[in-house]
Design a binder for this molecule. Structure first.
Ligand SMILES: [Zn+2]
Ligand SMILES: [Zn+2]
Length: 391
């Protein structure tokens, strides 16, 4: 199990690139590049075409063993191998928001701002400077008169990550682990991002719903089953929905053109009142978070939003404002509100339903990438068929 510590340096995966230059009797130079890896850690690899001093043009289609490779897009461009860190992951950096994350080979979406681009656009500053040095090494290799072998020693780079003192070798860089390592449930893609919430870098599905369902509501249900206190469970469930809404609204504001007045209103949330949230999302974005909820579930949800306010700000004691707004006549002012195991479970279920409606409505407006999701679905079907065949 890899160390889960935040902001830990992850060494390069190592490996060696050998550039062999041959000069034929006519004086023509030919070169070959070979990438070797023999360290006991994970390693993945992709390649890009770059022109000196280090301008990256596009990704190379490395294909499988024996397959033919793409032709260079520009004469004189070099194929540059970029290998992963020692956990088989790649650092990425968004050209739009400038933020950093780690992922597997395929990365098409910035987890933070949702920008969609190809792998080349997401190269980090460190990887770009590595490409520059690689190009310099290629030029040096091609300048020789008699041919020879040139080695780019990434094993030395990997070793240098552990050494606290001493000069780092040329080509040196490390990656940095982030705060939330999650596997996307839509496409099975790996992500290691700053903070908790974001788009899956492979397919662009927001992770908020899986975070809410697995890391908030599931433990909350365990707390409810263990006896509560139920009031705190209700408070936490509604609070979690509140911050869930604000994540989606933040992204909608970023991606959907809005009038300044609307933008202001949305930016100045927070939405403590279910009717208000539902109305705002419906009128502005045509997202119906109440879709599929029965009228008494909606009434229940509204009441729980008011109750949450009492638990959070009034020490759990009803006041006149609460009674007037919620219409709850079962309590008098100063009376402490009480929840039951049933109301606590019901609020958990309601929050999940509301959240799932918002998540689906959001992705109708900002669709994820179908390719990786469909690929994963096909893979799951194959596994299912195989298991069925074994029975
Ligand atoms: Zn970004
Ligand atoms: Zn995904």
């Amino acid at each position: 199990m890899a160390d889960q510590k935040e902001f830990r340096e992850v060494a390069h995966s190592g490996g060696k690139v050998t550039i062999s230059v041959k000069v034929d009797p006519a004086g023509q130079k030919r070169y070959q590049q070979k990438w070797e890896h023999c360290r006991p850690n994970a390693a993945a690899l992709f390649a890009v075409y770059a022109v000196p001093p280090g301008l990256v043009l596009c990704q190379v289609n490395l294909g499988g063993i024996g397959s033919t490779q793409d032709q260079p897009p520009v004469p004189g461009s070099f194929q540059v191998f970029i290998s992963s860190d020692s956990e088989g992951k790649f650092g990425r950096q968004c050209p739009v928001c400038g933020e950093y994350w780690r992922s597997d080979l395929g990365a098409h979406v910035c987890p933070y701002c949702g920008t969609q681009a190809d792998v080349v656009a997401f190269l980090t500053i460190a990887q770009r400077s590595y490409v520059e040095q690689y190009c310099a090494k290629m030029i040096e290799a091609l300048e020789v008169e008699v041919g020879g072998e040139y080695v780019i020693d990434m094993d030395a780079v990997a070793d240098a990550a552990d050494a606290s003192v001493g000069e780092k070798p040329p080509f040196y860089y490390v990656e940095l682990s982030q705060q939330n390592r999650f596997t996307c449930k839509a496409c099975d893609g790996f992500n290691d991002i700053l903070g908790t919430f974001g788009y899956c870098t492979v397919c662009g599905t927001r992770n908020d719903f899986q975070e809410l369902s697995d890391k908030t509501i599931k433990p909350l249900r365990d707390r409810i089953n263990a006896g509560g206190p139920y009031e705190a469970c209700v408070r936490d469930a509604v609070a979690a929905f509140d911050s869930f809404v604000s994540q989606y609204v933040k992204q909608l504001i970023r991606h959907v053109p809005l009038t300044p007045a609307r933008r202001n209103r949305l930016e100045n949330g927070p939405f403590h009142n279910l009717q208000m949230v539902a109305k705002e999302l419906k009128t502005t974005f045509d997202i119906d978070i109440l879709d599929g909820l029965k009228p008494d579930d909606i009434e229940f949800g509204k009441l729980m939003f008011y109750r949450r306010h009492v638990y959070e700000h009034e020490g759990g004691e009803a006041d006149e404002e609460y009674i007037a707004k919620s219409g709850d006549n079962t309590v008098k002012p100063k009376q402490a509100l009480r929840e039951t195991i049933e109301s606590a479970h019901r609020v958990a279920a309601t929050v999940l339903k509301l959240a799932s409606n918002l998540h689906n409505g959001f992705h109708e407006m900002i669709p994820p990438l179908k390719g990786p999701i469909e690929e994963f679905r096909r893979y799951q079907e194959q596994i299912k068929k195989r298991h069925a065949g074994e029975d």
